[in-house]
Write a protein that binds this ligand. Sequence first.
Ligand SMILES: Nc1ncnc2c1ncn2[C@@H]1O[C@H](COP(=O)(O)OP(=O)(O)OP(=O)(O)O)[C@@H](O)[C@H]1O
Ligand SMILES: [Mg+2]
Length: 306
Amino acid sequence: MTEAAITVQGLVKRYGEVTAVDGISFEVRRGEVFGLLGPNGAGKTTTVECLEGLRVPDAGEIRVLGEIPSPTNYALKAKLGIQLQETAFLSRLTVEETLHLFGQLYPRHRNIRELIELVALGEKRKRQVRELSGGQRQRLAVALAMVNDPELLVLDEPTAGLDPQARRALWEVILGLKQEQKTVLLTTHYLEEAEYLCDRVAILDHGHIIALGPPRELVAEHFRETPIEVELSGPADGVDFSHLPGVARAVSDREVVVLYSTAPTETIRAVSRLAEEGKLPLRDLVLRRPSLEDVYLLLTGRRIRE
Ligand SMILES: Nc1ncnc2c1ncn2[C@@H]1O[C@H](COP(=O)(O)OP(=O)(O)OP(=O)(O)O)[C@@H](O)[C@H]1O
Ligand SMILES: [Mg+2]
């Protein structure tokens, strides 16, 4: 099948005076991990809830697996796995009972034991949901999204509140879904997570998409030069950094000179040579890779997490 898993055309959603989503369009291809990124209030959850049929758009067109989402489109629901930003559980059911209960609502479901192991809740299998920590509940919510073995998973901040180790583990679960040819749409405000997981991302800001594409391409598009930080142990009189090979721009900040280079290897070689010849008191040299965080900063003038 070549048709997209999700298409969104000109989606608008308002809450009274607030325009939460202001005419966005994007496509999620089958088999890809697609990320919706943005700070608090950007419109991620609103978009996701429209895709899930939980909210009715004010304008625009949505197709999810070829269908129009709605609360009563049960055929679509069977193919969809949803993890909401906040999940309400039945607090006296155990982890295992919870998954069994929801699994039974579908014509087919994954093996519950395996699912519990997958999200590393094995030790908590017989525990009531109310006894779980926030991070453990979060993992249970992700397991619930997978219980019907859906073609398409929509995960709203799946790694929120998880410690670094649990976050990493969940990344592997998500990449495992991709291996199984599933399509995943996730929201996050962790840019390094998006860089690691997503084939493509849309950066949302105030209800608008301000950038869309594969993370690496977005970074390359906005940053042609690689920053190289040269740390000095003393003055480097007589060295004209801006004329070193590859250097487009040099910015000095006390003992550190940042060289923006279009040919980092050549620039580094030239800097090392100057140091070897005793012309440059070099203490350290760091090559920094610009990231999505830099792209976001460049486009909005703000950091995504204050
Ligand atoms: N039920 C609601 N009623 C009124 N306004 C809402 C409602 N839900 C969201 N909003 C507003 O819509 C905007 C977008 O909210 P949304 O929850 O989609 O953002 P988000 O990107 O998911 O943010 P977060 O990262 O905090 O989850 C915000 O300004 C928010 O205050
Ligand atoms: Mg949200």
